[in-house]
Design a protein around this ligand. Structure first.
Ligand SMILES: [Ca+2]
Ligand SMILES: [Ca+2]
Ligand SMILES: [Ca+2]
Length: 178
C-alpha cells in the first residue's frame, strides 16, 4: 500500500501549490475577510489634509493587514449600513486602487466621484453616522458607527487593524495610527 501513500502525498502537495500561486488577491477572495479594515476617518475636516483639488473633504483611511496586496476596485463604500446602492470603486485603475500588504489608502468621502477613482459618492456627517465597506458581493466587510465628531480630530483604531477605537488630535492619514 506504500504507493497509495505516495500518491496521496503527491496529490496534497499539488493542491497546496495550486492554492498558493496568486499573490494579488481581489475582494472576491473570502480568505481576506477581516484583514482589510477601516482604520481611521475624519468626518469634519476644516483644515486637515486636502485632496488633490485643495478640498478639505471627509476622508477614510483603509489599512491592509493581510500578507497580500488587495485591489479595492469593485468593492463598495457608504455612510449607511442599509444602503442598497452604495458607491462602487471603479475597476479601471488598479494602480490607484491596490493596497500593498501593510499599507494604507485614503478614500475621499466628498460626493465628487468625477475627481478620481478614490472619491466616494457619500459624505460623513459630523453629527454621527457610519463608515461602511462592502465586499464585491455586497456583504459588509467592515463598518464603524460613530457619534458626533469635533473638527479636525480623527477617529481610528488605537493600533493599526486593532479592535479598540479612540480619538486622535493629530490625525495620521496614510500613516500608522499613534
Ligand atoms: Ca463631513
Ligand atoms: Ca473633493
Ligand atoms: Ca492613520
Amino acid at each position: 500500500m506504500k504507493w497509495l501513500t505516495y500518491l496521496l502525498v503527491a496529490l496534497v502537495s499539488m493542491a497546496f501549490i495550486a492554492c498558493d500561486t496568486d499573490d494579488t488577491t481581489g475582494p472576491e477572495d473570502d480568505v481576506l475577510t477581516g484583514t482589510l479594515v477601516i482604520n481611521e476617518f475624519l468626518a469634519s475636516n476644516d483644515a486637515g489634509l486636502a485632496d488633490e483639488n485643495g478640498d478639505f473633504d471627509d476622508w477614510v483611511e483603509l489599512y491592509n493587514g493581510s500578507a497580500d496586496a488587495i485591489d479595492i476596485g469593485g468593492m463598495f463604500f457608504s455612510d449607511d449600513v442599509e444602503d442598497a446602492e452604495p458607491h462602487m470603486i471603479p475597476t479601471t485603475d488598479a494602480t490607484a486602487t491596490t493596497i500593498a500588504s501593510g499599507a494604507y489608502l485614503i478614500l475621499w468621502f466628498d460626493k465628487e466621484a468625477d475627481q478620481g477613482v478614490l472619491h466616494v459618492h457619500a459624505k460623513l456627517s459630523g453629527d454621527g453616522e457610519a463608515v461602511v465597506m462592502f465586499n464585491a458581493d455586497m456583504t459588509i466587510l467592515d463598518s464603524y458607527t460613530y457619534d458626533a465628531q469635533d473638527a479636525d480630530i480623527s477617529m481610528g483604531r488605537t493600533t493599526d487593524g486593532g479592535d479598540t477605537w479612540g480619538l486622535f488630535t493629530t490625525p495620521t492619514p496614510g500613516a500608522t495610527n499613534e
